[in-house]
Write a protein of this length. Structure first.
Lengths: 237, 311
């Protein structure tokens, strides 16, 4: 556990001293701020954050991989992976440590958006339920998105490839539901259930369904598991 | 301390190391000498547990590098060929991180960092961001992380490559000092360097060990000595003195290899002792299983080595 902490802490320090991470945070705030304001310019503005949540999930398709792409790809490029893998550190400790660091930074980014609901409370009377559940959904969604980024970063020493592939996977998973064309049958159901959007809707509406929580946690666990396996495979590849 | 048996490694279809066997005793400083691409780095990566061998077994302090990798890694300090540094971290921050990864207590880390900064003469730079250090200093930081946790075995891959002559001298002195307490395995393609630091040298070429000796004997072979490798079916205790008694023979060493009794015979160049040697073996009632000259190939390899320093 101490090793996980050490790995995570080192990466967190690098995040907070790295211009890239601040650029990501800046874009995140700018885009989500825009989506937040769109609601308010309506002739009959609604004191809700649903547009913000929608915008946040969309923009994270690009920004989550941007946060994670460095984490393992750079170690492989610089050769520091050799040091890491010859230290008495288990592979899962490396992956989990790195993953937690990206999660902490993303949570800090989400934390910066708390002034949106604050503004709603100052100027209106929003329904708190969908705001709480929406934030819960956003955190779960972010956790899953970052785990996908960790996997692609483990698989390559090229950060650009890690970024593009992770964004691609996220994009596919996000919009998978559209691909069913509203059809019926086992395949449509399957694709809809894999798609992230269909699991996020309820959170936006203020519904906390265990099914969706389990979905996001499973996706996260699945991709972290694959990442650990991918790192292990470096030893015999 | 280290036992390597029948080590073979392929990178895809490409054979990097072929049936390499050797041992390193505690407190020994062993040098891998060989031209670039000989298989030195591959062997070291396998010893340090970075990757498993295709075939063969490697144990370090009686722990298998594949099965008990974690135990092995706890006991090894490793300096890879390209010094692995996190360039955005300061020297002490980096060392602290490496110490934590090796499971050291934070108090112990603090004390040890002070020590290694002293040993590696990094005093004035301990707060500098690593990315701003010169190559020689980066090398020292690399050595500092390798010795930080006082490992039983130190593996150094080309520790003096790419640094300026004065720093080369200092680095060698440092390694010599470290070799007094620790088991050291280092690789190099510079002959004088290895003779200076190491108590024993393995010459590795195209993935095979072609010679194994003390630096002094290797220097002898450079001065026009030829080698024969003979395999004899007979008791080593009796074979050795007989071979030594053959007129013209300088030295005989016994090297058992997988149930095969191999002897390396050295003699002055220009003579052909094959006749006398085979006759003395057969006349004692032993069987002569193979006889081959290894001197020539050794010479070729030496030609490819850097036998002098480019200062």
């Amino acid at each position: 556990m101490r090793t996980v902490q050490a790995v995570a802490w080192k990466e967190i320090q690098i995040y907070f001293s790295n211009p890239m991470a601040y650029i990501v945070a800046l874009i995140f705030l700018a885009v989500t701020g825009f989506f937040f304001v769109v609601d308010l310019t309506d002739p009959f503005p609604e004191a809700s954050l649903s547009n913000f949540f929608f915008g946040a999930t969309i923009v994270l398709i690009l920004l989550a991989p941007a946060l994670t792409m460095r984490l393992l790809a750079e170690e492989q490029k610089l050769g520091t992976i050799e040091l890491l893998l010859t230290s008495p550190v288990r592979d899962w400790e490396v992956i989990v440590g790195k993953y937690l660091s990206s999660l902490v930074f993303l949570l800090a980014m989400i934390g910066l958006t708390f002034y949106y609901p604050l503004l709603l409370w100052v100027f209106g009377r929003p329904d708190p339920g969908p705001i709480y559940s929406g934030y819960l959904g956003l955190v779960l969604y972010s956790a899953a998105a970052l785990s996908i980024g960790i996997l692609t970063s483990t698989l390559t020493s090229n950060q650009i490839i890690a970024f593009v592939v992770a964004s691609g996977i996220l994009l596919l998973m996000y919009f998978a539901t559209l691909g069913t064309g509203g059809g019926e049958g086992i395949w449509s159901t399957l694709v809809t259930e894999i798609g992230m959007r269909s699991h996020f809707d309820d959170f936006e509406r203020g519904v906390i369904d265990t099914k969706h929580i389990v979905y996001f946690l499973s996706v996260t666990a699945f991709f972290l598991f694959l990442s650990i396996r991918a790192l292990e495979s470096r030893r015999w590849r | 301390m280290i036992q390597v048996r029948g080590l073979t490694h392929y990178y895809g279809p490409h054979l990097a190391v072929q049936d390499v066997s050797f041992g390193v005793k505690k407190g020994e400083v062993l040098g891998f000498l060989g031209p670039n691409g000989a298989g030195k780095t591959t062997t070291m990566r396998i010893i340090t547990g970075f990757m498993p061998p295709t075939r063969g077994q490697v144990t370090l302090a009686d722990f298998d590098v594949v099965e008990q990798s974690l135990e092995v890694r706890r006991r090894v300090g490793y300096l890879p060929e390209t010094v692995p540094l996190y360039t955005e971290m300061p020297v002490t921050g980096y060392l602290k991180y490496m110490g934590t990864l090796r499971g050291m207590k934070s108090k112990q880390i603090k004390n040890r960092i002070r020590d290694v900064i002293d040993i590696c003469q990094l005093g004035d730079y301990h707060k500098t961001i690593i990315g701003k250090l010169s190559k020689g200093f980066r090398q020292r930081v690399g050595i500092a992380q390798a010795i930080l946790h006082e490992p039983e075995v130190l593996v150094l891959d080309e520790p003096t490559i790419g640094i300026d002559p004065i720093q080369v001298v200092e680095t060698r002195k440092l390694i010599q000092d470290l070799g007094k307490q620790q088991t050291v395995v280092l690789s190099s393609h510079i002959l004088p360097e290895v003779s200076m630091i190491c108590s024993r040298v393995l010459i590795i070429h195209q993935g095979r060990i072609v010679a194994e000796d003390t630096p002094q004997n290797l220097a002898l072979s450079l001065q026009g000595v030829e080698q024969l490798q003979v395999e004899v079916g007979g008791p080593p205790a009796e074979v050795l003195p007989v071979l030594r008694r053959v007129p013209g023979v300088n030295e005989v060493t016994h090297r058992p290899q997988q149930n095969r009794e191999l002897y390396t015979i050295r003699f002055q160049r220009g003579k052909d002792l094959r006749d006398e040697i085979s006759r003395s073996i057969v006349s004692n009632g032993w069987s002569l299983l193979s006889l081959q000259a290894v001197g020539m190939s050794l010479e070729d390899i030496f030609l490819r080595l850097t036998t002098h320093e480019e200062l």
